[in-house]
Design a protein around this ligand. Structure first.
Ligand SMILES: CC(C)(COP(=O)(O)OP(=O)(O)OC[C@H]1O[C@@H](n2cnc3c(N)ncnc32)[C@H](O)[C@@H]1OP(=O)(O)O)[C@@H](O)C(=O)NCCC(=O)NCCS
Length: 426
């Protein structure tokens, strides 16, 4: 295997620290330097931790107490890609102490992360970024976008037959009662054919618990977590997680509903859930941050513009092993193309790859080739990988080259019937 650039060896004056759970307080102390928060380490230690400590890494500075930099990753053993799942690493908890920033610590940690991914046979690394400008230089491509909405109370939805027959119940969220159901519905609904690429599930008990952990000090005046559960004659069919906050404006009620996730297994359930969320007394607006670009809600809303949609980046994808990643997904149209990939950091990825596939079939072949019809950087391949970017649009931006006919074939094959996206930040 060719060497990894950036070099995983820490810069001079810094060294690797072996991380175990005993280091939790140091890890959190560094985290609060990277991500300022009002809570101190003693309180943070009482919160659920999402981390698998065997996948956490840290660096220290010579002659200094505490940590200089940290990162970790989540094991997504069945990360959804178009038509399939594969083992992916979810890069997370990336932080460098302000005193040591811009000295190459993140760069060396990315080298460590790539080496870890290779050792674990994780063909892709995925992340949600705190700042979008950070990761492109390391070959991460913007692979999905989401939209944040502020829906006026009572926003009209087009009717959906059967919605009135979906029964709903409003409950205070109780992990003992609801967590398993939420986890099961989240994964099940994301996998309903044709499947939503990128719909990472909270696979581990730690991640599940962390997602619904509800410390009072981060509620910002909102009530504790609530769940709206939907049932059809076939059983539980969806849920919405939300909180409300009461407020008044010149004597008028102006409360807010903050929705964190809506998951529905069928159109009637989706309609029934949103109808209730949009109709709370004493509120004037409903917010939700991570709505997929083709979420059925957007088709049901009579007045999309009134929701003040704001598009943002969602998932970033880095191909660690190009042939394994390309062979793992399915393609939406016949494809037989040779693609020249440049990759300054992982030399094994660079070169010309021939991708041959039948539509929606696991009959996929990825082999080395000599002459290229398409040329792009691994970053753009990451953008295309989940089906959330059009090759033609990237060509129009000057980010990949090829004949119009070949680019069109690439666009059709690498697309997918549903836009990729993930419903939670990791
Ligand atoms: C973002 C962060 C991890 C960068 O760490 P760092 O050790 O300073 O990064 P490096 O020194 O390895 O920088 C590598 C390159 O990335 C650039 N870079 C780093 N952070 C950047 C940012 N936020 N925006 C734009 N460029 C950035 C550097 O300028 C440098 O560019 P160069 O190679 O052209 O000189 C660190 O500043 C931090 O902890 N920030 C707060 C927490 C955070 O946002 N974490 C990321 C979570 S997704």
């Amino acid at each position: 295997m060719a060497p990894i650039t950036p070099n995983p060896t820490p810069p001079n004056g810094f060294s690797d620290v072996e991380v175990t759970e005993e280091l939790a307080a140091n890890f959190l102390a560094l985290d609060t330097w990277a991500f300022p928060m009002s809570q101190g380490v003693p309180e943070l230690l009482t919160w659920a931790s999402p981390l698998d400590w065997s996948r956490a890494r840290a660096l220290r500075a010579a002659d200094r107490d505490g940590l200089a930099a940290i990162h970790a990753s989540y094991a997504f053993s069945r990360f959804p890609v178009p038509g399939a799942t594969l083992a992916a690493a979810g890069l997370t908890w990336v932080g460098v102490h302000p005193e040591f920033r811009r000295r190459g610590l993140l760069t060396s940690m990315i080298g460590t992360h790539f080496a870890d991914c290779q050792a674990r046979n994780e063909a892709i690394s995925v992340l949600t970024a705190s700042e979008p400008a950070i990761y492109g230089r390391f070959g991460y491509g913007l692979a999905s976008r989401t939209v944040a909405l502020t829906l006026p109370r009572g926003a009209a939805l087009r009717p959906v037959p059967g919605s009135e027959r979906v029964s709903v119940s409003f409950e205070v969220f109780d992990a003992a009662k609801h967590l398993a159901l939420v986890s099961e519905l989240h994964e099940h609904c994301g996998a309903i054919a044709p499947g939503r690429p990128g719909w990472a599930t909270r696979e581990t008990p730690q991640l599940q618990q962390f997602f619904v952990d509800d410390p009072e000090s981060v509620r910002d005046g909102f009530e504790s977590l609530r769940i709206l559960l939907a049932h059809t004659e076939h059983g539980p069919s969806g849920y919405a997680l939300f909180r409300r906050k009461l407020d008044w404006d010149a004597g008028q009620p102006s409360g807010l509903v903050a929705v964190s996730e809506v998951v529905a297994g069928d159109p009637a359930t989706l309609h029934a859930l949103w109808s209730r969320l949009l109709d709370f007394d004493l509120t004037h607006a409903v917010t939700i941050r991570l709505v997929q670009l083709d979420d059925p809600l957007l088709s049901l809303l009579v007045d999309l513009r009134a929701t003040k949609p704001r598009v943002s980046d969602n998932l970033w994808v880095r191909l660690i092993d190009v042939p394994a990643a390309l062979a793992a997904r399915r393609y939406a149209a016949p494809v037989d193309l040779t693609i020249a990939v440049s990759d300054e950091l992982l030399a094994d990825n660079a070169g010309i790859w021939r991708v041959q596939a039948e539509p929606f079939s696991d009959n996929v072949s990825v082999t080395r080739a000599d002459d290229a019809q398409i040329s792009l950087d691994v970053r753009e391949l990451g953008s295309l990988y989940l089906g959330g970017s059009s090759a033609s649009a990237l060509a129009q931006a000057g980010l990949l080259t090829g004949s119009a006919e070949d680019v069109q074939q690439l666009s059709a094959a690498f697309g997918w019937p549903l836009q990729p996206g993930v419903s939670w930040i990791f």
